[in-house]
Structure formats: structure tokens, C-alpha cells
Ligand binder design. Structure first.
Ligand SMILES: NC(=O)C1=CN([C@@H]2O[C@H](COP(=O)(O)OP(=O)(O)OC[C@H]3O[C@@H](n4cnc5c(N)ncnc54)[C@H](OP(=O)(O)O)[C@@H]3O)[C@@H](O)[C@H]2O)C=CC1
Ligand SMILES: Nc1c(N[C@@H]2O[C@H](COP(=O)(O)O)[C@@H](O)[C@H]2O)[nH]c(=O)[nH]c1=O
Length: 613
């Protein structure tokens, strides 16, 4: 049994938080211009909505997959036939400022009387309807929404709030219908395909990617495959990896290619690498066992080569046993870990099993203008049990793109889910606090910021003002930034101070966490010596500040009285509850401790008031 959390340390007096600055990233040229003719109002509404979807996609590949929100504010030119964009923004990552707020800030006074275009109905990771109030306060008079939010606890909520503020809200498919809107809706669906598939099918959105020659081979007969596609195509693969929570290969690809599976040429999100191997007959040494580059999980059959499993675990590789290793169970497992999007980079044997199990949703086929021949040379997809061309899977929404000398063909295997009826938003991972009876039903799980109680997450966008060692007040963008940086605070070494600054300036809590963990592994000598004994105090101070700074968060915390709070992190077994309640759930415990203290204070002051009257 772990020791109970340490006694609280007084938090500083709450102060007005400084907003986080998120510099917009411009990576691709937009298909939709900033100015559109207003002659046909449907045409310009549809065009700006497509632009909102386009803007929403700008963070992809740079941060962990999250729901993509884009907001475009446009208004007619005073004397011209055109409407013009006056502000736009997108959600860069969990815990960063919302698209609506950024767009309203850019538009300033020009937002008064303008229309806001949203690819997706806003969520509420702040816990205080910031997205809605940004639009209201900016003076927006009309909002066009592409998609209602797919999660039940958010669906229709923002639309209703905006309407109750007297704002006209037009939802595509309900208030706006035409061929142009259908096309705009497709853009909105595609940009959030991972969220929609995950919510509808309870598995992550899965993309199969392969590179083949013009005669349909993914390697020579010898198995040699480097390289089929050209450099530019392989660069695109790095980007696809950056858009994914995990990359999957089969055991044979590890034995044959010794891949690294990193997104090394794109500075951004690094996915987890998963090897599916029934035999666990994998090399002793492999690039994937270098977990300093990226985290690796080996999914294997229960009981397979236990000695080797131990060796992998010693190297820091996580081994997960399955009763019957198959693509569907591995996808359910990934769903439980909270993944939105998975990239399959396996050979034809595993890809055929994954397609047959109906877990692949989209295909990216890179075709290089080369011919290798070979009757036994591997092909992208093995046996699917089909013998008539009429049985072939027809890809949907197919696109073609030339990448240098290669051709990229992409298309969906399964249609993007229809959003009605409403998709229930079950709590992501039901986990138990180890101290609570398994029959306890009042458990509130939180993990991602878009969950019902997502504002409890350390990634939530709530800046905190905390005193530094000299007593000066510093603003930290999120609790996660503060916590990660404090691993290195107080260490008498300029490099440690640089790391603190690097973490403080991280553009998102995900980046802060990544930098903090990486530097901890790289420079263990720079970690403050008392870290293990102090980390609970550090977290407690940050949480106390967060919940005392934001009154609506205090209220939200008090509203959970009587329930057990569990951070449903499947992999953090110290702060989180784990997948099956095996985690220590210290974050949930600290929040419950804070809740008891606030309740105690509220009761004491109520009693004092009662005595006075
Ligand atoms: N050009 C390209 O895009 C790519 C080319 N390649 C090439 O393809 C070749 C490898 O192809 P391939 O042999 O098909 O390799 P796969 O990546 O498909 O690996 C197959 C292995 O996956 C494991 N596996 C786990 N669960 C299952 C399951 N339910 N069904 C089937 N397999 C499962 C098994 O590993 P175990 O035997 O360990 O139990 C099996 O041997 C190599 O030459 C490689 O270079 C590979 C990827 C991409
Ligand atoms: N051969 C081949 C691909 N092969 C895939 O890429 C993996 C190697 O990744 P890495 O080690 O990170 O460079 C390899 O194991 C296989 O999954 N991909 C492509 O885009 N084009 C190619 O020609």
C-alpha cells in the first residue's frame, strides 16, 4: 500500500492568469481563399466552412491526435461584392487555447456582426464554455456549424448556448442543405475522422500504408525493401506517423527490416511503436528496442518465450500478452489506451488479417514507377479469401496525388460514420481506485481534456501563477508544464535552468511532458535529488493553485462529492489508475484530498456564519 499523500503546502494567493500565446503554424496552402464572393450566399458559407476544416487540420502531425477544431470569422467587405476572413484559429493541442478564442482575438472589433464558421461544434475543455463566450463577447451574430459534436455530453450543448444568447446558428444538414454543403460537410468529417470512427466503432481510426512498385510488390523476392518509394514519399510517411498515436508492424517486418518507425524528420509528435508477434521470435538486438527514440510495445501470444519477454522488459520495452493475438483485440487494447489514430506499416500477412478483421478504415498506397518482378515477392495484402473480382473492396472518397515520381492513392475502406443516432460517450476507461471496493459504483474517470470532467486533467488549458525560489510570481501555461519543469528546479547547473525554460515555453502540455520525460532519461544527473520525495508536494501545490484560481473548477470539483475520482491513464501507474485499476491513482487521490479540504473550509465558514446569526 503506498503512503498517503503528504500534507498540503499553502498555495499562493490566486492571481489573474496570463494567456498562453500560440503562434499559428502555416504548413500548407489553403484551397479556400480569404476572400469569397457573396453573390451566392450558400457558396460563400460552404467555402468558409471548408476553410474552417482546412484550418482545423493545421496541428496534425505536430501534436498528439486530438479533436480538430477550426474557426474562421468572415464578414462582407463594406463596399464590395466579397466576404473576407478577418480572423481564424485552430486548436493546436490539448490544453492550448481554443480556436474560437484565437479567431476572435485576431478579428478584434471586426468580429462585430460577422459570421463564425466552425467545422465542429465546440467542446468545453475549460469547463466554463470559453469557446461560446469568446464568440458572444466578440459580437458574432451568426455561426455556421459543420458537425454537431459526436460525444453525447457535448452534442448540441454549445449550439444551444449560442442560440440562447440570440446568435443565429445554422447547422449543415439541418438548417443548410445543398450539394455545396454536402461537400463542405465531407471536409469537416474527414478532418475529424479519427474521433468519429473511434466514437462510432470503439476502435481507433486505422490507416494501412504501404509502398509498392508499379508491378504491385512491396519488396524483392529476397525480402529486401529499401527503398520502394522515393525520398519525398518517405517524408510524407513521417508526417503520417506524426498524425498517429501508434504505428504497428508484424514480427516478420522487424526480423527483415529492423525498422525505427520514428517521425524523425518532422519535429513533433512521436507515436508509440507496436510489434505484433505471435511467436515472440524476435531479434535480441533491434532498433525498436531503443526506447529512448520512442516507446515500444510488443503484443504477443500468452506464454510465448517468457524468457525473451523478460529481456525485452529489461530494455524498457512493454510486453502485453493476449489470449489469442489478433488485430481486433489489439485495436480494442489501443482503444482502451485512449488512442484516436493508428498507422499500420506491416507487410501483406498482417495487413490481410487486419482487413479481414474489419479494423482498417483507410488505405494510403504509395506507388513507385519501378518494376521488380518475382513470383514470390511480397505484395501489400495477403489472402483475403476472395476469388472473384466482384468481391473486391471498393475504396470510397479516393484521392490521387503525385509525390515527385511516385503516385499516392488514398481512400476509405469503411464509410465515415453517420452521426445520427447520437454516439454515446461512455467514460473512456472504467478503472477502480485500489482503495475502493470493487462494488463501488460512484467512480468518475477523467483523462483526455474532452472527457466530461476533462478540466481535471493536468493538460487542461488553465494557467497557474506560482512563486519561484525567490518568491517572484511566474505564470505556467498548465499544471503539466509546472510539474515537468520542477524535476529540474533548484539544481545548481545552467543546463538544468535551460531545461526549465525549455519546458516552460513548450507550446502544449503534451510537449512539456515529452521534453520533461526525455530530458529526465537523457540527463538523470540534472534531476533534483529530492524529486521522488517531493513530486507529490509539487503536484499538490500546482493543483491547489489551479482549483483556487478558477472558481468554476472549484465548483466542478465540489460537484463530484461522494464519488471516487480516477485519472484513467492506462500507462501512468503512479498518477493514473491504470487499465484495470492496477495504478496508484495519485492524481485522483490528490484531487479528492483537495475536495475534502475545500468542503471542510466551506463547512467551517458556514458553521461560523451560523454562530454569528
Ligand atoms: N514496402 C512496404 O511498404 C513494406 C514492405 N515490407 C516488407 O514486407 C515483408 C514482410 O512481410 P510479411 O511477412 O507479410 O510481414 P508482416 O509485417 O505482415 O508480419 C507478419 C507477422 O505478423 C505477426 N502476426 C501477429 N499476429 C498476426 C495475425 N493475427 N495474423 C498474421 N500475422 C500476425 C506474425 O509474427 P511472428 O512470426 O513473429 O509471430 C507474422 O509472422 C518484408 O520483406 C518487408 O521488407 C513490410 C512493411 C511495409
Ligand atoms: N520499404 C518502404 C517502407 N517500408 C516500411 O517502413 C519501415 C522502415 O521505417 P524506418 O526504419 O523508420 O525508416 C519498414 O519496416 C516498413 O514498415 N515504407 C515506405 O514508405 N517506403 C518504402 O520503400
Amino acid at each position: 500500500m503506498p503512503p498517503p499523500p503528504r500534507p498540503p503546502v499553502a498555495a499562493p494567493a490566486p492571481a489573474a492568469p496570463c494567456p498562453i500565446r500560440v503562434a499559428p503554424i502555416r504548413r500548407r496552402l489553403h484551397a479556400v481563399p480569404r476572400a469569397v464572393s457573396v453573390a451566392a450566399s450558400h457558396a460563400h458559407d460552404a467555402a468558409f466552412l471548408r476553410r474552417a476544416a482546412d484550418v482545423a487540420d493545421r496541428s496534425a502531425g505536430l501534436t498528439c491526435p486530438h479533436p480538430n477544431f477550426g474557426c474562421v470569422i468572415a464578414r462582407p467587405e463594406p463596399d464590395g461584392p466579397e466576404a473576407r476572413v478577418v480572423g481564424e484559429g485552430f486548436l493546436y493541442a490539448q490544453g492550448t487555447r481554443c480556436a474560437e478564442l484565437l479567431a476572435a482575438e485576431e478579428a478584434g472589433e471586426r468580429a462585430r456582426g460577422a459570421t463564425a464558421y466552425l467545422n465542429l461544434e465546440p467542446g468545453d475543455c475549460y469547463g466554463d464554455s470559453t469557446a461560446v463566450s469568446s464568440l458572444v463577447q466578440a459580437g458574432i451574430t451568426r455561426v455556421v456549424v459543420g458537425l454537431r459534436h459526436p460525444l453525447k455530453h457535448l452534442r448540441g450543448k454549445a449550439i444551444q448556448s449560442l442560440r440562447s444568447e440570440g446568435i443565429q446558428v445554422d447547422v449543415v444538414g439541418e438548417d443548410l442543405q445543398s450539394k455545396l454543403f454536402k461537400e463542405a460537410l465531407t471536409s469537416c468529417l474527414i478532418v475529424n475522422a479519427p474521433l468519429l470512427y473511434r466514437a462510432a466503432f470503439r476502435v481507433p481510426f486505422s490507416v494501412l500504408k504501404y509502398a509498392m512498385t508499379a508491378d504491385g510488390k512491396i519488396a524483392a523476392s529476397s525480402g529486401h525493401a529499401s527503398w520502394v518509394s522515393g525520398r519525398a514519399s518517405r517524408g510524407r510517411v513521417f508526417e503520417l506517423r506524426g498524425r498517429s498515436d501508434a504505428v504497428i508492424v508484424g514480427g516478420n517486418t522487424v526480423r527483415r527490416d529492423d525498422p525505427r518507425l520514428t517521425a524523425r524528420h518532422v519535429k513533433g509528435h512521436v507515436p508509440v511503436r507496436i510489434v505484433m508477434s505471435q511467436t515472440c521470435n524476435l531479434p535480441e538486438e533491434a532498433n525498436l528496442w531503443n526506447v529512448h527514440e520512442a516507446y515500444t510495445i510488443v503484443a504477443t501470444q500468452r506464454g510465448a518465450r517468457r524468457d525473451f519477454q523478460k529481456k525485452l522488459a529489461m530494455k524498457g520495452v512493454e510486453v502485453v500478452e493476449f489470449d489469442m493475438l489478433n488485430p481486433r483485440d489489439v485495436m480494442s487494447y489501443c482503444y482502451d489506451r485512449g488512442y484516436l489514430s493508428v498507422l499500420w506499416e506491416c507487410g501483406g500477412t498482417l495487413s490481410a488479417a487486419a482487413i479481414s478483421a474489419r479494423v482498417i478504415h483507410k488505405v494510403y498506397a504509395f506507388c513507385a514507377p519501378k518494376i521488380i518482378g518475382g513470383v514470390t515477392a511480397p505484395t501489400p495484402v495477403g489472402d483475403l479469401g476472395m476469388n472473384q473480382m466482384t468481391q473486391a473492396i471498393d475504396l470510397i472518397d479516393v484521392s490521387y496525388e503525385q509525390i515527385d515520381r511516385d503516385m499516392l492513392m488514398s481512400g476509405f475502406i469503411q464509410p465515415i460514420p453517420d452521426l445520427s443516432p447520437v454516439i454515446p460517450s461512455a467514460d473512456e476507461i472504467p478503472s477502480d481506485d485500489p482503495e475502493v471496493s470493487p462494488y463501488e459504483t460512484n467512480i468518475i474517470s477523467f483523462y483526455k481534456t474532452w472527457d466530461t470532467f476533462g478540466a481535471f486533467s493536468n493538460f487542461s488549458p488553465h494557467p497557474i501563477d506560482m512563486p519561484d525560489e525567490k518568491g517572484d510570481c511566474l505564470t505556467w501555461p498548465t499544471v503539466e508544464h509546472y510539474y515537468q519543469a520542477h524535476k529540474f528546479v533548484g539544481v545548481d547547473n545552467p543546463q538544468a535552468s535551460d531545461i526549465v525554460q525549455e519546458i516552460k515555453q513548450a507550446r502544449s502540455p503534451e510537449e512539456a511532458a515529452r521534453i520533461g520525460r526525455t530530458r529526465q532519461r537523457e540527463f538523470p544527473e540534472l534531476i533534483r535529488p529530492d524529486w521522488e520525495s517531493m513530486k507529490i508536494d509539487v503536484m499538490y501545490r500546482a493543483l491547489k493553485c489551479k482549483f483556487s484560481t478558477y472558481a468554476h473548477l472549484t465548483e466542478m470539483l465540489l460537484s463530484t462529492a461522494g464519488s471516487v475520482l480516477v485519472e484513467a491513464s492506462p500507462h501512468d501507474l503512479f498518477w493514473g489508475g491504470g487499465r484495470e485499476g492496477e495504478g496508484l491513482n495519485y492524481l485522483g487521490r490528490l484531487l479528492m484530498q483537495l475536495r475534502s479540504e475545500i468542503l471542510g473550509t466551506v463547512r467551517t465558514s458556514a458553521e461560523a456564519q451560523g454562530q454569528e446569526t
